[in-house]
Write a protein that binds this ligand. Structure first.
Ligand code: ADP
Ligand code: TRP
Length: 322
């Protein structure tokens, strides 16, 4: 069975509906066919988060979210629990041309936004290459913005193999799903934290309701017929309702008594129903994170075993260990 790996940084402050449909659901689908691993690249967060308490909180929240949503067969582990990952990155940096690193879009973007940048931002693609090639994963699903990092990982793995005349690192295949839809936010633009038009999945019901009630709609009166296909609320309803339910709601839009407020309440119900199991699990994990710790321990142990094996072989190839 092919092995797939993806990583999501714990820098943000929660998961919204756009993240779920754009990143989590495709991963759940892949986990039906492949041995699937999600890891938390927490060392990478240190490039931008310099407050220990905030990082701890973000990481804990993110782990609760993912463990509430992902099926049990998805392995989850923490990068910082992998003993040799930074040593691995050091060895790889010794076969990585400086000229390659200068081409990194992520570094150029960071440089354009802020002149005071740290070395970890520059070295980031090498650690990311180590993340990918230290365990012999076959496929790495990422968003389009990560495509170049994947190419770097392939280049770095190839450089190592050529330099030492070995066929040691597997060249990872990127998996970029061009069909993933863009989920609209409460104002109709792409849902994003940076536009503040997102709907968090795990907010309490009152906050969730407030957010849904703030969705921007047309200004027709209650007794005016409305066009569902031209409505931000209906665009979101379509993600959660069955075909039958969608037809039923679309019909109501065209009748005189149905207002946007009604549609918003239906959306709230649909969201609560869709995520009911995950939301209940999330709340339970907030009170008792035993299950979370257990799953992490298992994932960390398995990943560490794989990486240690690879690292031991690597140290022999480069001649540091006999
Ligand atoms: P944000 O824009 O809120 O900061 P991120 O950049 O952290 O979101 O996105 C994390 C993941 O979620 C990425 O894989 C991205 O492709 C996906 N994603 C984010 N917003 C959307 C959206 N509106 N529609 C579809 N996928 C999205
Ligand atoms: N750079 C990725 C991002 O910003 C996160 C990441 C780090 C990653 N290491 C990885 C993703 C390895 C996939 C595989 O989203």
């Amino acid at each position: 069975m092919k092995k797939i790996l993806t990583g999501i940084k714990p820098t943000g402050s929660g998961m919204h509906i756009g993240n779920y449909f754009g990143a989590v659901l495709p991963l759940i689908e892949l986990s039906k066919k492949y041995d699937t691993t999600l890891f938390i690249p927490d060392y990478h967060s240190l490039t931008s988060v310099h407050d220990g308490d905030i990082l701890t909180q973000n990481k804990a929240r993110m782990l609760r979210e993912y463990i509430s949503l992902l099926p049990k067969n998805v392995r989850i582990f923490e990068q910082s629990k992998i003993d040799h990952i930074n040593n691995m990155a050091w060895v790889l940096s010794s076969v990585t041309p400086y000229s390659l690193m200068l081409r990194a879009h992520s570094f150029k973007d960071a440089q354009n936004k802020n002149s005071d940048i740290n070395m970890a931002i520059f070295n980031y693609p090498i650690l990311m290459a180590a993340d990918i090639i230290s365990y012999d994963f076959d496929i790495v699903p990422v968003g389009k913005d990560q495509k170049q990092h994947l190419e770097f990982a392939r280049d770095i793995a190839g450089n190592f193999n050529r330099t030492y005349g070995v066929d040691f690192f597997k060249l990872p295949e990127p998996h970029i799903d061009e069909t993933v839809m863009t989920i609209p936010g409460t104002d109709g633009r792409k849902m994003s934290k940076s536009y503040n038009n997102h709907i968090w999945i795990f907010d309490d019901e009152k906050t969730l309701k407030k957010k849904i009630m703030s969705i921007v709609t047309g200004s027709e009166w209650l007794d005016d017929p409305k066009d569902p296909e031209n409505c931000n609320v209906f665009a979101l309803i379509k993600l959660f309702a069955s075909e039958e339910k969608q037809t039923e709601i679309a019909q109501k839009y065209r009748e005189w008594w149905y207002g946007y407020g009604h549609a918003k309440l239906e959306l709230l119900d649909l969201i609560l129903q869709y995520f009911s199991e995950a939301r209940a699990k999330y709340q339970a994990l907030e009170k008792d994170d035993n299950e979370l710790q257990h799953r992490l321990e298992k994932g960390n142990h398995e990943a560490n075993e794989m990486a240690t094996q690879k690292y031991t072989q690597l140290m022999h190839i480069v001649g540091l260990w006999k």
